[in-house]
Design a binder for this molecule. Structure first.
Ligand code: SAM
Length: 273
């Protein structure tokens, strides 16, 4: 018998994955959480029916949402991830020798618990002595935060508790929470299937930051497979990748990709013009 998971990514597009077994399912205080073992991509975390991460392609998203801003910062020491309860972003941040503190601000402790139980290879660094996990709403947290070097918005789609993570006021609070040369990055959805969201995040970040850049990566299990990230930069950026980062162990990010990911196809340039 074949059992299929279907994510309705828009009213007209869905992704289907053959499921070998359902490992976990619960309704948390915030969302419906499931862990499925898929034939094509291995173990997969879904929230409210939307793919969050899979064993086979998580490295793309987690490396690109972290190494791109951390390489551009002059000396990243204090970093925060808003959302990101699977722990993949924290794992990548702690590969940077300059980082002294990596804070995870996750609203739903059940996501972290599921990640520790079913995705040890992704959540591996959550118990590191430089990792600090805070179970709270990122929108309230960021209003009290200060002097961060890099803030990463590793959120779910803009529904439910994540809705406020896509608003201009939130980007302004992040600007205030960053130090002099601080950098933020937010996952900003698919240029093919969510062009209005790409524009909304880009214009929101641009309303708060003097420099705004969009970059791309291929994440096969996210809608359309082409994913965008929007970066806001408060001050100066590094002009070259620091020598110690050339030896960092990665599978997608490379120092060369660091330059090329900002080169946009014309239709996406037009989208964020
Ligand atoms: N990589 C994923 C993606 O793009 O599909 C996102 C992964 S991560 C699991 C997203 C996390 O954001 C979820 O665990 C969710 O609980 C968390 N989240 C949503 N809204 C939040 C908020 N307001 N404050 C903090 N965390 C939030």
């Amino acid at each position: 018998m074949h059992i299929w998971f279907t994510e309705n990514q828009t009213e007209d597009v869905s992704l289907g994955l053959r499921v070998q077994s359902v490992l976990w399912h619960e309704n948390t205080a915030y969302q419906e959480l499931a862990v499925l073992d898929t034939a094509a991509y291995g173990r997969m975390l879904t929230l409210d029916g939307a793919v969050q991460t899979t064993i086979a392609d998580e490295f793309v998203y987690h490396e690109m949402i972290t190494h791109v801003p951390l390489s551009l910062h002059l000396n990243p020491k204090k970093v925060a991830v808003i959302g990101g309860g699977d722990g993949g972003s924290i794992r990548e941040i702690l590969k940077h020798p300059s980082v002294e503190e990596a804070h995870l601000i996750e609203i739903d402790d059940k996501v972290v618990a599921a990640a520790k139980r079913f995705f040890p290879e992704i959540s591996v660094s959550l118990d590191h002595d430089k990792a600090f996990v805070h179970y709270t709403d990122g929108i309230a947290w960021v209003k009290e935060a200060s002097n961060y070097d890099v803030i990463i918005v590793d959120s779910t789609d803009p529904v439910g508790p994540a809705e406020g993570l896509f608003k201009p006021e939130f980007y302004q609070s992040i600007f205030n929470a960053l130090g002099e040369h601080g950098i933020m990055v937010a996952q900003s959805e698919s240029p093919f299937l969510h062009p209005h969201l790409v524009q909304r995040v880009f214009h929101g970040v641009r309303s708060a930051f003097p420099t705004t850049r969009l970059y791309l990566a291929s994440v096969p299990t996210y809608p359309s497979g082409l994913w965008s990230f929007t970066m806001g930069v408060k001050g100066e950026m590094a002009t070259q990748v620091r020598p110690e980062l050339f030896d960092m162990i990665t599978r997608y990010w490379t120092p060369k990709l660091q330059q090329s990911c900002f080169i946009l196809p014309r239709f996406i340039e037009d989208l964020v013009r």
